[in-house]
Write a protein that binds this ligand. Structure first.
Ligand SMILES: Cc1cc2nc3c(=O)[nH]c(=O)nc-3n(C[C@H](O)[C@H](O)[C@H](O)COP(=O)(O)O)c2cc1C
Length: 355
């Protein structure tokens, strides 16, 4: 599989998947301004390389929630992987495990939790939770996840209602018995979130009260995904969240948000010493990862590129995408004189570009 440039990989994936699956993967809300700007924001930052450093041994290791990880790269939660590959999330989990990368499994997955857990090797698996109205069902799911060995819960908070995507609404995937939300109560067939029936319906009614409850109830550490403001991030930490993921959901629900690159520094400053900070959205290069770390992130999550790899070559494609990004990160570190992630500091970026 050719990962040399992700534009070509995306085209290869597009050629292989049904048009409705591609629309679901690529979709951004409304005019897709946030999708484009998220990518552009990382690209616009300018590096200030350090020279004459010993870069023969580069250390990309990092601890996440106290566990050692070989690199600061994670697989972002994305739903419905059977739209992209017949093995669905089992292939994604296997590919991530082979790369030693933590996999964040989505609530709206098509493979049972236990089958995904069976693919685990040394890298941890976390689970992305949407808080849905049936409280008892959420509790049962939490216990099932803990029993299956998932080691963290990621509560997504940026989509209490669904956004609207003209692109995905025009090309809806047909409901199919294969594409079920198999871990949800009733195992309903998955329909696109961009369906007029969902308009304005609060499908994920979490508030600060539910976050506090979840932190108390969960035997696993809780992270909050979808935060773009320092005041919200600080409140997450006060509620007991161990980490915050700076994210605009890949631009899929609210269009024209601040970019994650722009939101990251104030959130990293607000959470210093209180909770870990991760970021996602538009990260496509090793240099993007290095810039995110320089702006204060501890790790990054990768969404769409993983789906492109999954589509083109199943588990091996997922591994190839993740390995490609790690190699690019190492090269970016070598070329900027950054021997370890601790050296990926703010001064690596040109002042006028520090957003
Ligand atoms: C097809 C697709 C489905 C997604 N589904 C979910 C989801 O179920 N839960 C969630 O928290 N985020 C979901 N996301 C958002 C990702 O976790 C992540 O925030 C985003 O994709 C990162 O941006 P990137 O795709 O530019 O890397 C989804 C993204 C895509 C592309």
């Amino acid at each position: 599989m050719d990962c040399v440039d992700f534009d070509a990989l995306e085209e290869a994936a597009r050629a292989k998947m049904p048009p409705a699956s591609f629309a679901f993967c690529a979709a951004g809300a409304d005019d897709e301004i946030s999708v484009a700007e998220s990518i552009a924001a990382w690209r616009a930052l300018r590096l200030r390389p350090r020279v004459l450093r010993d870069v023969t041994a580069i250390d990309t290791s990092v601890t996440l929630l106290g566990d050692a990880n070989p690199s600061p790269i994670l697989v972002a939660p994305t739903g419905r992987h059977k739209l992209f590959h017949p093995e669905g999330e089992a292939a994604t989990a296997r590919g991530a495990a082979a790369a030693g990368v933590p996999y964040v499994m989505a609530s709206y997955s098509n493979v049972p939790i236990e089958n995904v857990a069976a693919e685990r090797k040394k890298a941890p698996q976390w689970f992305q939770l949407y808080y849905w109205p049936e409280h008892k069902e959420v509790e049962a799911l939490i216990d099932r996840l803990a029993a299956a060995g998932f080691s963290a819960l990621v509560l997504t908070v940026d989509a209490p209602v669904s956004g609207w995507s003209p692109r995905a609404a025009r090309e809806q995937h047909e409901p199919s018995p294969e594409i079920r939300n198999i871990n949800m109560p009733g195992q309903p067939m998955a329909r696109t979130a961009y369906h007029p029936d969902f308009a304005g319906r609060v499908v994920h009614p979490a508030t600060w009260r539910e976050l506090e409850w979840l932190v108390k109830r969960s035997p696993m550490p809780v992270l909050v995904k979808g935060v773009l403001r320092a005041d919200d991030a600080a409140q997450c930490a006060e509620c007991g969240a161990r980490a915050v993921i700076v994210s605009n959901h890949g631009g899929r629900h609210l269009d024209t948000t601040v970019t994650t690159a722009a939101a990251l520094p104030e959130i990293a400053a607000a959470l210093a010493g209180k909770a870990e900070v991760y970021v996602d959205g538009g990260i496509r290069r090793g240099t993007d990862i290095l810039k995110a770390l320089a702006l204060g992130a501890r790790a990054v999550l990768i969404g769409r590129p993983v789906i492109w790899g999954l589509t083109v070559d199943g588990a091996a494609g997922v591994t190839a995408v993740l390995e490609h990004l790690r190699i690019e990160l190492v090269r970016a570190m070598q070329l900027t004189g950054t021997a370890s992630l601790a050296e990926a500091t703010f001064d690596l970026l040109a002042p006028q570009q520090r957003v």
